[in-house]
Ligand binder design. Structure first.
Ligand SMILES: CC(=O)N[C@H]1[C@@H](OP(=O)(O)OP(=O)(O)OC[C@H]2O[C@@H](n3ccc(=O)[nH]c3=O)[C@H](O)[C@@H]2O)O[C@H](CO)[C@H](O)[C@@H]1O
Ligand SMILES: [Mn+2]
Length: 371
């Protein structure tokens, strides 16, 4: 009897030990797993020139694969190589004629608020695959040549860039020799009778094509108007989780109640008086691929809902974009240097015209004319 009791005691002690070990293992695994998930601010950096992290080729492959499988390219540690020469940054001197930070503490990017030597070095190290989605439907194919040729010269030079050209006329896509790491991918879409259809259709086709193709090929996405040209460098300083550009028409002295937001409550894009930060353009916006996917799909879904209710937002996807960005703040706001217009003279605070809308004859170029 005593022996049995002793045995039972031994068994239960062994059991307790086993259960405890199991529990500890599970706890440990959960901790490591969640630690990994939380540290999603790591990114797929090429580590070959980082002396602290000697990686074999096999390890490098593993790391990149792991990152891609999580769809998790992120702007991570702001690492820079040793030996880079650039002007010493100051805590006292900088732009004083403009505000370079938003009231939610995000950078407001103007020439003179960053050193491109530093920003490019940092962001090139992260080596994102950048997708640029542009539409050239109907007569808008005429803008492709200037856009691509100037992009080659000024847009994210030294980065991996693929231009996704959505068009109804593949024959009209010019053969432009791009730089190393720069590619073109053509996606055929139907023609349209109304320009509004093309403009809003961008949200639908981008959503579908990200799902089908782009998600596997890119980490970062820009949406841009094709009637644009690059005049000066746009580099790593423009990249963030979600970057939006101030519309040149309303950036300086416009009261928020005078922003051309959608003001009819029936529309999903409705923003009431008394609310608003800035008015952003829909002609240049960018961010992490998945962030942009969320936003592009949001604009698509919201415009479909509007359609059901027999309404179209006053500035189409731009209205939905502005609503989203009011409640989901962008992590970088780019000054109108990133989308000026050849229609307008350049004021003193726009020291560099980086991207600009071309002058066009709206009536002539659009399928249903006019504004
Ligand atoms: C500077 C600015 O804020 N731009 C916005 C303004 O553009 P815009 O008045 O500059 O409109 P737009 O004529 O450039 O149309 C926008 C884009 O749609 C494409 N397209 C349009 C028509 C067509 O027949 N074929 C074609 O391919 C093309 O890529 C074009 O660049 O208003 C539009 C909606 O009303 C969009 O919100 C634009 O982003
Ligand atoms: Mn345009």
């Amino acid at each position: 009897m005593l022996q049995r009791v002793e045995m039972m005691r031994n068994i239960s002690r062994t059991h307790v030990l086993i259960i405890l070990t199991l529990l500890l293992t599970i706890l440990g695994a959960t901790y490591i797993y969640s630690g990994d998930a939380i540290s999603s601010f790591r990114f797929c950096e090429p580590c070959e020139d980082n002396p602290q992290l000697p990686l074999t080729d096999a390890m490098k492959d593993l790391k990149v694969k792991d990152c891609l499988e999580n769809g998790a390219w992120r702007i991570g540690d702001l690492k820079m190589q040793t030996g880079l020469h650039y002007a010493q940054p100051s805590t006292q001197k900088g732009r004083t004629d403009v505000n370079s930070v938003t009231n939610w503490n995000a950078p407001l990017v103007w020439d003179g608020t960053f050193d491109p030597v530093v920003t490019d070095a940092i962001y090139k190290k992260m080596d994102p695959r950048v997708a640029v989605v542009v539409f050239a439907v109907g007569k808008y194919t005429r803008f492709l040549k200037g856009f691509l040729e100037s992009g080659k010269k000024y847009f994210l030079v030294g980065f991996r860039v693929t231009y996704y050209i959505f068009t109804d006329n593949e024959q009209e896509v010019p053969k432009v020799e791009l730089g190393s790491g720069q590619k073109i991918s053509i996606i055929t879409i139907p023609s349209a009778k109304r320009w509004q259809e093309v403009v809003l259709g961008r949200m639908k086709w981008a959503t579908i094509t990200i799902d089908k193709q782009i998600r596997n090929e890119a980490d970062y996405l820009f949406m841009m108007d094709i009637d644009s040209v690059f005049y000066n460098p746009v580099g790593g300083e423009s990249l963030s989780q979600l970057s939006a550009v101030l519309h040149r028409g309303y950036y300086k002295n416009t009261n928020r109640d005078a922003f051309p937001y959608e003001r009819r409550p029936l529309s999903e894009a409705y923003i009431p008086a008394g609310e608003g930060d800035y008015y952003y353009t829909a002609a240049v916006w960018g961010g992490y691929l998945e962030e942009m996917y969320k936003l592009v799909k949001y604009c698509y879904m919201k415009s479909e809902e509007d359609k059901k209710n027999g309404i179209e937002a006053v500035w189409q996807e731009e209205s939905h974009l502005n609503k989203y960005l009011l409640y989901n703040k962008p992590t970088k706001v780019l000054s109108p240097e990133y989308l000026w217009s050849d229609y307008d003279a350049v004021p003193a605070d726009i020291r560099v015209k980086r991207i600009s809308q071309l002058i066009k004859d709206y009536k002539e170029v659009r399928p249903n004319g006019g504004h």
